[in-house]
Ligand binder design. Sequence first.
Ligand code: ATP
Ligand code: MG
Length: 413
Amino acid sequence: MSNFKQIRIRLLLSNLLVFAIVLTGFAVAVRFVFVRNLRQQLTNQLVTLGLGAAAGAELEDGEIELETNFSEGALEEQDQTLQVFDVQGRLLEQRGEPMRTLRFSPTLTVQVQTQARSVQAVTLPVFDNEDEQLIGYIRVSQSLEELNETINELDWGFGFGAFVGLLLYAIGGSWLNRQVMQPIEESYERLKQFTADASHELRSPLMAVSTNAEVALTYAQGMRATDEEKFRAIASAANQMSQLTEDLLLLARTGQVADFEYQTIDLTALLVDLVRLYQPQAEAKEIELKLEARNHLELVGDEAKLIRAFTNLIQNALQYTLPGGKVEIIGVALNREIQVTVADTGIGIASEDLNKVFERLWRGDSSRSYAQGGSGLGLAIAQAIIRQHGGGITVTSQVGIGSCFQVCLPASS
Ligand SMILES: Nc1ncnc2c1ncn2[C@@H]1O[C@H](COP(=O)(O)OP(=O)(O)OP(=O)(O)O)[C@@H](O)[C@H]1O
Ligand SMILES: [Mg+2]
């Protein structure tokens, strides 16, 4: 079930990420258009003002005279400055808000960011009323303070809006996710229950087949040789199927804690026994199998299940290692954790398959030629058991060099 919770959280987070990207894109686009419009409006305003001033300008005794319908007060109120320059760009007159140095340039629009404050300015040429000759320039400028404040407010608005939007989306999204996931979770549960029931029901008939075949084989003398062969095949197939149903049952049931019988376990002794059990098989395959327990390993767990998990790892290591190879099991107790690594010098696992090995029923292509009859459930079972104990299992491997499975289990305190 925790698996589904993880999926739900991941789904929600990726939804939120997408929504955040959409919101940001939207805000950036709106801000861009809005700011452009504001700037354009300001420019238009300044141009109108400048044109008004230039229209009434006259050259008198070599000096430019403006019509004086521009009150200083109105200019100052708007944070505006009106300046008159001669043809050479020398400042002749200045009205309105006092203005610090802003280099003169006869181009139409300038926007200058002085250190103290930012200003937008429009420079217009002034022509004489009568002979249409250029007599100077008028520059109208306005502080951008107000505009920047508006933009700032807009930014805050967007920020707050995005926050509220994301919050609402998180609430709505998790509700939606739950609606969507619930039927899936339920059908998964039903499927699990079905697997458990089916494998449970298969146990007795399979047992009957294999015991009957074995009983028949105890009186093999009276049989024809071909019949004996068939009975052996039946017994072996029945055994394999029993094993498979047991595996399926175990996988379907993990997560139901009632299934586990917890007790204090001497893991060192458990591993020693296992290695002793598999030594003949290793020797037959000319593989060096050794165990190194660096300190006493003790934990609380289900002994039968742990034997099952480590058996799978050791069997794999022996199965997927060629003669002459080495399988080494090392157990260490760190302060709150027990680490057991099962390392082999076998065929290895391709890096693209590493995350598949724990999947149910997955088998590597090459493994089919090294070990017949496997179901691909071994590692899935080992992982389920280790997780049930509050631990984890990881794998590193290199093709042709070997694999290393590392099991971490919480130590008993
Ligand atoms: N030590 C190993 N070295 C190389 N490949 C491995 C090793 N352990 C597992 N694998 C690969 O991972 C696959 C899955 O392993 P798993 O134990 O789940 O299934 P299996 O060994 O094929 O069958 P089963 O264990 O159910 O009899 C194997 O088929 C094999 O390809
Ligand atoms: Mg296996």
